[in-house]
Ligand binder design. Structure first.
Ligand SMILES: *Cc1c(COP(=O)(O)O)cnc(C)c1O
Length: 242
């Protein structure tokens, strides 16, 4: 019997890994949601598929995942095009340069990383009229690091006000990434600040319902503090090279 070509072996191992990981993730999510006092029993799991081939996304979809997050635009557009036969919902979660807004507005359903007025206006102007309004979150630079993208809490009211005037965008909520070296206590602190900021935004617009926070390593803290959407890469697809 001749051995399988290496690529097919790797593919089979990858499929097994993803199939094993998804139920484990669902259990982590369920346990935290049960413990949370903030009542999000229905947590949206966004599978972060950056750097992963389209085949991995097909496997995750076969296990019930529908929402996928991408950071790198060129690679994302290729995968979105290759997977048009599946009913997937695409979330842009990377930093946005203004020359990229056209492709983002054309290919994505959600954008989590609006951090300034110029980007909001361009996405609004470039959203194709045959598509529903783009669902958007404002990214907050919650750890206050100058190198990180995101609006400050101080800038949030004006930015939210601008977005609410733009007919081709629908403001859904807030997104944040805590500092990579944050310990559990610090994670809880920043996530609870986010929950309070969302509570202030809610009365401004009925569609505001989304708190996008929590990744593979901090999703428990995020869900306990009221996350409604988590963005999970490694815990679904395994470690990344970049
Ligand atoms: C890569 C990425 C994630 C997923 O990170 P994991 O640690 O692999 O779960 C989530 N959110 C954003 C914005 C990312 O860039």
């Amino acid at each position: 019997m001749s051995p399988l070509p290496e690529s097919a072996t790797i593919r089979a191992m990858n499929e097994q890994l993803i199939s094993d990981n998804i139920p484990k993730l669902r259990q982590r999510v369920r346990r935290s949601a049960e413990k949370s006092e903030f009542g999000n029993s229905d947590i949206l799991v966004i599978a972060v598929s950056k750097t992963r081939p389209a085949e991995d996304i097909r496997v995750a979809h076969a296990h019930g995942l529908v929402n996928f997050g991408e950071n790198y635009l060129q690679e994302a557009v290729q995968k979105i095009t290759a997977l048009q036969d599946l009913p997937l919902i695409w979330h842009f979660i990377g930093p946005i340069q203004s020359n990229k807004t056209g492709l983002i507005a054309k290919h994505f359903d959600w954008v989590h990383t609006i951090d300034r007025e110029k980007i909001a206006r361009r996405l609004n102007d470039q959203r194709p009229i045959n598509l529903p309004p783009l669902q958007v979150c404002v990214q907050i630079n919650i750890s206050g690091e100058s190198s990180k993208s995101g609006a400050s809490m101080k800038e949030l009211p004006n930015l939210a006000h601008t977005i609410l005037q733009l007919p081709r965008l629908q403001l859904r909520g807030l997104m944040a990434i805590p500092a990579a070296n944050a310990g559990t206590a610090q994670q809880h602190e920043v996530f609870s600040l986010m929950r309070e900021a969302l509570a202030q935004l809610r009365p401004l617009a009925p569609a505001v319902d989304t708190l996008s926070m929590g990744m593979s390593d901090d999703l428990e803290a995020a869900i306990l503090e009221g996350a409604s959407a988590i963005r999970v890469g490694t815990a679904i697809f395994g470690p990344r090279n970049r």
